[in-house]
Design a protein around this ligand. Structure first.
Ligand code: AMP
Ligand code: ZN
Length: 114
């Protein structure tokens, strides 16, 4: 499949891994927007939040069960933020469901800018 994140899972494109198990991979974002910026993805290809179904949602649940540990491993000491961009208006650029784990500084809110 011609999917950037599936290629990272397959090891065809290198990444700086933070955490990996049978269900998910967490790696450093190549263009970080915060001191800690990790991408967390299910190993099973799901295109976006729009494609989450009762059949595949356990992959998402497993990610959220693991995010506190991934945040600690990544260096978030005082909290963090999890973001998933979906579709054109959401700013999604890679069509494989992913969660941005952001931290390492006090993040501003709201984030809505044009
Ligand atoms: P989004 O714009 O929400 O789809 O997020 C895609 C993210 O993937 C962006 O933050 C990119 O910087 C990041 N990204 C793209 N290619 C790579 C790569 N090869 N390794 C790590 N992160 C990447
Ligand atoms: Zn994929």
């Amino acid at each position: 499949m011609d999917c950037l994140f599936c290629k990272i899972i397959a090891g065809e494109i290198p990444s700086t891994k933070v955490y990996e198990d049978d269900d998910m991979l967490a790696f450093r974002d190549i263009n970080p927007v915060a001191p800690v910026h990790v991408i967390v993805i299910p190993k099973k290809h799901i295109a976006s939040m729009d494609e989450i179904t009762p059949e595949n949602s356990c992959a998402v649940a497993k990610i959220f069960e693991k995010i506190p540990e991934i945040a600690r491993l990544a260096g978030c000491e005082n909290g963090y933020r999890v973001v998933s961009n979906c579709g054109v208006d959401g700013g999604q650029t890679v069509p494989h469901l992913h969660f941005h784990l952001l931290g390492g500084m006090e993040l501003s809110w709201p984030v809505f800018t044009k």
